[in-house]
Write a protein that binds this ligand. Structure first.
Ligand code: NAP
Length: 545
């Protein structure tokens, strides 16, 4: 496509660059998409609001930040050569190395020249007459593309959530959200620090700050199931095994329900004797990562009795870690909270931190945050004096990243208004009726994100390739297909224990947000099949021309 001149009235008076496709977001998905669309010979630009690539691994630089998918399965899955060249240092790699890995891949595949950093997209408008999208950046620059792939992340750093606490403006100390962690290290030595939130982020931060802070106050609203990570360095021998078995491992993960290197046990929990199943739980407990969740009996998050059984085992394990029994009860999740109804955080020394003299729990079921003061946080039990406050309070998941851009489809309709008025929905998770040639490119399957990411990247690449082969220039999900898919997604999660509690899974963590299960509870292979069936059935559910 040619470069067109901007109208003279354009504030910047700059030429409007035009591309076959524009990708927004340089996380794992956006970079994978760039690699594949470039491989198809397309003229592609990737726009990234940050000053570097990596998405979540660029923004989240807090101490203790690591992923809890196994390193060898978290990787890009499209290059054996990359796997051969890269050495993982830990079984669950920490942020700095993951950011390095992504940068390494970007350079290795010559992608950097196609990436524009510090490029904040403010608006994307579908121009029906020209059959293109026009994007406007915060500096006023405009770009056009036939296709827009919005790889914004299901937990976009841009959509981080800070509760509306009264008096925050009065606080004289420093405060921050982990999604905006500075590049320079912060010296917490001897400082009085408050961490609000005990999800995966709060857990990782607490573990690290407990070792350095003068006094650490952990503000906990809901105690949850936090399991052992069992991280450790990768031996040279294991590294070799991973490299030699790379292709088989990737293929294996692609065919497991959740994209990990393990599968659930298909025996119904309660069909197994108590002795045998608790011995099984014990073995799982000693295994790394999410095995205790995803290699457990398949019905552990589906059947209330099965769930309660494992939850009881889990609560016992937490109690064993805390010296003070009264404190232990405050950290143990309530039997009313089903195991797996929230994404379980994984820990190494989280519970041990509470055995230290410099760490205290502020149990927000017993006391409440009244307001911030000049010196800290006033609770109903008195003032907690603080130098730093860390809001590990989560994200406005899935839609949050999209809401920050004025995305206008057919007839100028705003995507966020469509979602407000009709409910949050897509067709196939990746397209929206009324938004032609636009991909909501976010991995939403209940799984190891990079493995789901490659499924959606492959599908978007295939769709664009087929359109180009047939000389098609416009696709749009029909409203019927969109509505049917919303219903289809809903049927997968309705009545399930994992969808029963408020969390970022269903938007219930953000006050006022419309609730609906935002992940897609289909298995990864099932989802891949559904995507390709729609394409193979001559673009079923789409109007194409
Ligand atoms: P989160 O799981 O949504 O947890 C937010 C925490 O903030 C919860 O403990 C919540 O309490 C608390 N909170 C929210 N509003 C509050 C308020 N007004 N007052 C007091 N407490 C409040 O967020 P997250 O920990 O950032 O994790 C989000 C997701 O990011 C994770 O589930 C995971 O998928 C991903 N993540 C992954 C890793 C990793 O790979 N290891 C690390 C970090 C994050 P309630 O429970 O009561 O709502």
């Amino acid at each position: 496509m040619a470069t067109v001149e901007a109208p003279a009235s354009d504030a910047k008076n700059a030429p409007v660059e035009t591309y076959d496709a524009i990708i927004i977001g340089a996380g794992m998905t956006g970079i994978g998409q760039l690699y594949h669309l470039r491989s198809q010979g397309l003229n592609v630009r990737l726009l990234e609001r940050g000053g570097g690539v990596g998405g979540t691994w660029y923004w989240h630089r807090y101490p203790g930040c690591c992923f809890d998918s196994e390193s060898e399965t978290y990787a890009f899955g499209f290059s054996k050569e990359l796997a051969e060249e890269w050495d993982w240092s830990e079984h669950f790699e920490a942020q700095p190395n993951t950011e390095r890995y992504i940068n390494y891949a970007v350079d290795k595949f010559g992608l950097r020249e196609h990436i524009q950093l510090n490029a904040q997209v403010d608006a994307a408008t579908w121009l029906e007459d020209d059959n293109v999208w026009e994007l406007e950046l915060s500096d006023g620059a405009r770009l056009r593309a036939r296709f827009v792939v919005a790889a914004l992340g299901i937990l976009s750093a841009a959509a981080h959530y800070i509760p509306d606490f009264e008096g925050l403006e009065d606080f004289k100390g420093e405060w921050l959200h982990p999604a905006n962690w500075p590049h320079e290290p912060i010296d917490f030595a001897g400082k009085r620090v408050g961490v609000i939130g005990t999800g995966s982020t709060g857990v990782q931060i607490t573990e690290q700050l407990a070792k350095v802070a003068g006094q650490l106050h952990v503000f906990q609203r809901t105690p949850t199931y936090i399991g052992p990570l069992h991280n450790g360095p990768v031996s040279a021998e294991t590294q070799r095994e991973w490299k030699d078995g790379y292709e088989e491992l990737m293929e294996f993960c692609r065919n497991t329900p959740a994209g990990f290197r393990y599968v659930p046990d298909m025996r119904p929990t309660m069909s197994v004797s108590k002795e045998e199943r608790w011995a099984f739980y014990e073995r799982l407990w000693q295994r790394p990562g999410f095995e205790k969740w995803l290699a457990n009996f398949f019905d552990v998050t589906l059947d209330a009795e099965a769930n309660a059984d494992f939850a009881e085992f889990f609560r016992g394990k937490i109690r064993e870690r805390i010296h003070d029994p009264e404190l232990a009860e405050k950290l143990v999740p309530s039997p009313d909270l089903p195991f797996g109804s929230r994404r379980i955080p994984l820990e190494t020394s989280y519970y041990d931190a509470f055995n230290r003299d410099n760490v205290s729990l502020v149990d927000l079921r017993e006391t409440s945050i009244e307001r911030f003061t000049e010196n800290g946080i006033l609770t109903s039990d008195g003032e907690v004096e603080l130098d730093f406050v860390i809001f590990a309070t989560g994200y406005d998941s899935f839609t949050g990243g999209f809401d920050q851009i004025d995305i206008r489809g057919v007839g100028g309709r705003l995507l966020r208004e469509k979602w407000q008025e009709e409910g949050i929905g897509t067709y196939l998770g990746l397209t929206v009726a009324g938004f032609p040639n636009f991909f909501t490119q976010v991995p939403r399957a209940f799984c190891n994100f990079p493995r789901c990411s490659e499924v959606i990247v492959d599908w978007v690449s295939a769709l664009i390739a087929r359109m180009n082969e047939r000389g098609l220039t416009r696709f749009e999900a029909t409203q019927q297909a969109h509505d049917d898919w919303v219903e289809h997604e809903r049927s997968f999660s309705s009545g399930q224990l994992f969808a029963s509690q408020d969390s970022w899974f269903n938007g219930g963590n953000i006050p006022g947000k419309a609730k609906g299960f935002l992940l897609y509870a289909q298995s990864l292979p099932g989802y891949r099949t559904e995507l390709h069936e729609a394409l193979d059935a001559d673009f079923r559910g789409f109007e194409i021309r």
